[in-house]
Write a protein of this length. Sequence first.
Length: 119
Amino acid sequence: MATNTFKLVTNAAMPASSGTPLVLYTVPSSTTTVVIGLLLCNIDSAARTASVKITSSTSGGNPNSNEDVFIAKNVSIPAGSSLEIISGNKIVLQTTDDILIDCSVTAKIDATLSIMELA
């Protein structure tokens, strides 16, 4: 019988290197994940831009494989503010899919991800 588990995934001061997106979450094997919410917080004293990308090579039930896509690209986040990237919408991820975070300056974004894993 499948189990549904709500989880919180956080990472402070992302990414380790600007221009090199850092993986926030990877869907475990034999698991489907529903993304409930994603919040990015600019911890710097100046406005910064951030990007969120999903990498996927799964078929998603389509005849073709999924491709890597941005769900937010170079969005501006004012100093000391948060931006809700996923609000009211859900994103379904499959085994080995990733969510990656990048920022215009190294180590200036805190990320909070709320998910439900179905295993």
